[in-house]
Design a protein around this ligand. Structure first.
Ligand SMILES: *Cc1c(COP(=O)(O)O)cnc(C)c1O
Length: 471
């Protein structure tokens, strides 16, 4: 597969280059495959649906062709995914897609674990390790640390702002051993980012060490996230008739979004032939994308803090990829969009619990509320001419092509649950009156000793530490 870049379509690189470079430092653009090959009909039509790993293999294959042989790709997928996404029906036309069954209990495990193994694969002929530096404000750092833990040829240093993330997140970051370590920086997230950026532009340091980043714009994190969209849409298509007597429903996927990497992965799955009719871009008060879909003007802004903090992004990096894939008109046909504030998020966690018995986390709850409003009249109201107000929480005034499928009760929803509710236990307990129990793997982490290393926010200190501690 040839990859190009969102800012210069004359750029042509292979998969390895796209993965190792992360982004194109010359144009500042993001790498994109030049095409989205269709999945085999026999795979899409197979009943019962193929296994998650089979879908993963068949989906990944065209993107790595000629660079990773089939047997090696199989091994990468088997090693990356000892866990599965899970489709859980919560009422006859609503399915929660649980993406938190990986080691760190958030969907980022799917992307980060594939990326780590691919990077290791491309690094296997080198005699020196590849050093990954990551600045994190929470979820990304633990997914990346866990994904690279004990992966040969790679070495990870995580920088996080001490005392500025949740105690559970801090535990998840500070208890790694071996090839992964965390520096607790006396400063804020911006300091951590500045330290990492300065290291990347430090020529002398780069001459000594092979440095790389592992952030969410890497194409090798987006491609694997498409696997679970394909998987879930096939599962739901197969079981729908039994659940709701809808013969051939339109499948609408509702994605709680921040940087819009997850949603971009859904677009890739649809392009490859997954039976998905449309998407709902669901956000918290950081509503840059809903505003863009409504007004046609893209106004990135500073982020505001909310209860669904992994979605607190005011300038979503994958906007650039969505724009490279579709025109605004196409986006408006394909997407509904929706946003809610913190008050709405609390009410959503509660209403999901009361109405279905399902305990949902603050991120997934945004998707639940979007879907529940859409199917219970918001879409019908818009269809019948209601103007709506984009400045108020709720459904953005935009009619996607599939609006009538919802109005005619011919649609089912897949709601992405991106984190385990126990990661946000206080919020969930406040909303539902019930404390979600911690999964064993998180409970275990809470017992491990803190191994984080103190660091100042001064670059010279970081530099000195790296030189004396990295091999
Ligand atoms: C990262 C994250 C999101 C946002 O995903 P994007 O790909 O940035 O849109 C949503 N929920 C959780 C729990 C996350 O960790």
């Amino acid at each position: 597969m040839i990859y190009t870049d969102t800012r210069d379509s004359s750029v042509k690189v292979d998969f390895r280059t796209a993965v190792v470079n992360g982004m194109n430092s010359v144009t500042g653009g993001l790498y994109m495959p030049t095409e989205f090959p269709k999945l085999n009909k026999s795979l899409i039509c197979k009943a019962p649906e193929p296994s998650f790993r089979e879908i993963a293999f068949e989906s990944a294959k065209p993107f790595v062709q000629d660079e990773i042989p089939d047997a090696d790709l199989q091994a990468i997928i088997a090693d990356a995914y000892p866990f599965m996404p899970k489709v859980v029906p919560i009422d006859p036309i609503s399915y929660v897609l649980e993406l938190f069954h990986g080691p760190t209990c958030a969907f980022k495990d799917f992307g980060a674990r594939f990326m780590a193994r691919v990077m290791s694969y491309f690094n296997k002929d080198q005699d020196k390790p590849l050093h990954i530096l990551v600045a994190t404000s929470g979820d990304t750092g633990s997914a990346v640390g866990s994904a690279f833990h004990n992966v040969p040829g790679l070495d990870v240093t995580i920088l996080y702002p001490q005392g500025k993330i949740s105690p559970l997140q801090e535990k998840q970051l500070s208890t790694f051993t071996g090839n992964v370590r965390a520096l607790r920086v006396d400063g804020n997230f911006d300091d951590c980012q500045r330290l990492v950026k300065t290291a990347f532009t430090d020529k002398e340091l780069r001459n000594r060490f092979r440095l790389s980043s592992a952030n969410s714009i890497n194409i090798s994190r987006l491609l694997p996230q498409s696997f679970y969209y394909t998987y879930a849409s096939l599962v739901v298509k197969n079981r729908s008739w039994r659940d709701n007597k809808i013969e051939n429903p339109s499948v609408i996927v509702v994605v709680p979004s921040g940087n819009f990497g997850n949603l971009t992965s859904g677009l890739i799955a649809k392009e490859m032939g997954a039976p998905i009719t449309g998407f709902v871009a669901a956000t918290n008060s950081n509503r840059t994308i809903p505003d863009w879909i409504f007004s046609g003007e893209y106004n990135p802004r500073a982020s505001v803090a909310t209860l669904s903090n992994a979605m607190d992004v005011g300038a979503p990096s994958n906007y650039e990829r969505i724009k490279a894939m579709y025109s605004l008109e196409e986006v408006r046909k394909l997407f509904a969009s929706y946003w809610i504030d913190d008050k709405g998020t609390m009410a959503a966690i509660k209403s999901c619990h009361v109405r279905t018995g399902y305990i949902i986390d603050p991120h997934g709850s945004v998707a639940w509320q979007a879907w529940d409003d859409i199917r219970r009249g918001s879409m019908e109201k818009l269809s019948s001419g209601f103007e709506g107000n984009p400045n108020e929480p709720g459904l953005t005034p935009n009619l996607p092509e599939w609006a009538n499928d919802v109005v005619n009760k011919n649609a089912v929803g897949i709601l992405l649950e991106t984190a385990h509710p126990a990661k946000f236990g206080d919020t969930v307990a406040k909303a539902t009156g019930r404390e979600p129990s911690l999964p064993d793997r998180l409970e275990k982490v809470m017992m491990l000793p803190d191994r984080s290393i103190p660091m100042t926010s001064n670059y010279d200190d970081l530099r000195e530490w790296l030189i004396s501690n990295l091999e």
